[in-house]
Write a protein that binds this ligand. Sequence first.
Ligand code: FCB
Length: 458
Amino acid sequence: MTRDPPIDPPHVFPADFVWGVATSSFQIEGGAAEDGKGPSIWDRFCRQPGAIADGSTGDLACDHYHRWREDFDLIAALGVDAYRFSVSWPRVRPSGSGAWNERGLDFYERLIDGLVTRGIKPYLTLNHWDLPAELQDRGGWAHRDTVARFVDYALGVNQRLGDRVAAITTHNEPYVIATFGHESGQLAPGVRSRAAAAQVSHHLLLSHGQALRALRAAGCRARLGIVLNLAPVHPATAHQADLEAARLKDGQLLRWYLDPLFGRGYPRDVIEFLGADAPRAEAADLAQIAAPMDFLGINYYSRSVVSAAGPWDPRSGGLRLTEMGWEIYPEGLTELLLRLHRDYPVPPLYVTENGGAFEDLLADGRVSDGDRVAFIASHIAAVGDALARGVPMAGYMVWSLLDNFEWAHGYAKRFGIVHVDYATQRRTMKDSAWWYRDFLQRQRALRGESRAAAPAEA
Ligand code: FCB
């Protein structure tokens, strides 16, 4: 089989740098009502007419609930160090706060044992968006009680699974949950209220901080942190109005989360912009949000370009776009990482998601996704550049292991390095998967390590 010539980044990464692949529960598991799982806000949202572009649901998804062994063999074949996945809260505690579902916990126990026996470090996320629907009926993340429910959930998961996982992430992308779930309503639970969105962001941050303290008090030995979606924000032009709009967006997307996490409180410009919609907080909240973190996860896909005149069209920027219509801009990742290191006392940083949706064609058992190989290689190089300039980079994880349910886009957008035929559930390693495996082998060889993963050819 001929493959694209390797286009490796010109860096040798340290031996303890963590390489991984990532997924999330709702996007791959299926088993939507199996073994006692309760409905999540996403199970419900998918049933709203028009909510999902292709009218699909997560009922079956990649059927990972039954096919996890096969999927873990793929992960092992890649030779990665780590697998980032999430626990479905309504699978382990169907109503969010009542009885625990032992069969749900058993599933994640099998997953974690399956990873550990294959020598893969489990990176567990507690909240990758699939809140129990019953908690939404009681106000969801806009309701302060959900903070305590989340801390309870975190402690229960830790008690059963925490001893074998390398890391626990509280939330995945609080900005997206707040802004797209509660302000624009494009994602579950589909609320449209700026005040609700602001309150949700505060409760997510507060529950993160409280969960970290509670987990540490419970003796949790996993490394603890949060995952933010971040991007450098660029003005569309050098005009004053665009500069100001970009500054505000930087406040909303980055500083709104980073400032309180690092003990600085909410940024004044965004508070002023929100006016009466600013979140209500209690006196001790900000101190609780600033609980020390062991790591910070960053999901990076593109830069953000802002125009005061309204939404900016990425097609006008002259850069190549992915199938999502996002600009391919790896240098933005280096820019972002340097800025984080400069402006905040950051703990070790992981790129917890990075990847691209491209139009993939499965022909003769092969997907020649050279675009994705180039995307991943160039972003790994961007991480290497940041590392070489002193940023404490600790790991990089590809989004995603598998093609999966891409939220409001349904199954139309494919991010996997492994192709999924949804009619048969057949998995096929794309060229990007082979490249990632071979790249990791070449890294080990460059470091003079003998540990060889799978043989060089499939
Ligand atoms: C991120 C999500 C992840 C996936 C990628 C493409 O915002 O965390 O689940 O959908 O985007």
